[in-house]
Write a protein that binds this ligand. Structure first.
Ligand SMILES: [Zn+2]
Length: 226
């Protein structure tokens, strides 16, 4: 079997659910961190980027991020968000799962922060959902984006981000009493997580906290959610 038919066989074998990740098989496989061939993110880079950050977004809402948004970690996030390297979600999802376990949130339902329709069209996949699916934990699309489009958060300061996301999320179903943990790709000001948490809380969910792939306290993140 030549390389191409092998690729097609893997594509078909991957099935519908793994369709997004199968896209990554079309790229030659190299590490998103150090460019070594063979792995989407090699064990050395996973070890290097793993640097848990705990941040209080507001009283009663803390977010655990698997790494800082810099160096190798930033390259891995860019590969996942901007270069279609969806396979990177697997090692990052593993790191996030470890954080949720450490925080005592293993049994909570992960709720991905919804992606704007524009971002979904541009990428073809929702990064927070992809990460949630790779944690191995239960997750649910409880939140959705309300009709109005969320403007790109890039280049906005804290106040503008708060204003930008206010009223943008709604629940699909009443999560009454359910213990939930928000999951996002990059945390910047925390405005998005605060708003998502507020909506879940108002709908009766018990928001235990949030987890993310990367924490960036400064406004340097390309493609950061908020
Ligand atoms: Zn590497």
């Amino acid at each position: 079997m030549d390389a191409f038919s092998d690729l097609v066989a893997r594509w078909r074998g991957a099935g519908l659910d793994a369709g997004v990740e199968a896209l990554d098989l079309l790229f030659p496989v190299w590490c998103a961190g150090c460019d070594q061939p063979g792995r989407v993110l090699c064990p050395l880079c996973v070890a290097e980027v793993s640097d848990p950050v705990l941040r209080a977004i507001e009283p009663g809402l803390t977010v655990w991020s698997a790494m800082r948004f810099s160096g190798t970690g930033a390259r891995a996030i860019r590969a996942l968000k901007e270069e279609g390297r969806t396979g990177v979600a697997r090692p990052l999802g593993g790191l996030i799962a470890g954080l949720a376990d450490t925080a005592g949130w293993s049994d909570a339902t992960l709720v991905p922060v919804p992606t704007s329709a524009a971002a979904l069209r541009r990428r073809g996949y929702a990064v927070p959902e992809l990460l949630a699916a790779r944690t191995g934990h239960a997750w649910s699309r409880i939140l959705r984006v309300r009709g109005r489009a969320v403007a790109d958060q890039r280049g906005l300061g804290r106040r503008d981000r708060e204003r930008n996301v206010a009223g943008t999320f709604a629940v699909r179903a009443r999560p009454a009493g359910r213990a939930v943990v928000l999951i996002d790709d990059v945390v910047t000001t925390g405005a998005t997580l605060r708003e998502a948490s507020r909506v879940l809380d108002a709908a009766g969910a018990r928001v235990l906290g949030a987890v993310a792939a990367a924490d960036t306290p400064r406004r340097i993140s390309p493609g950061a959610g908020g």
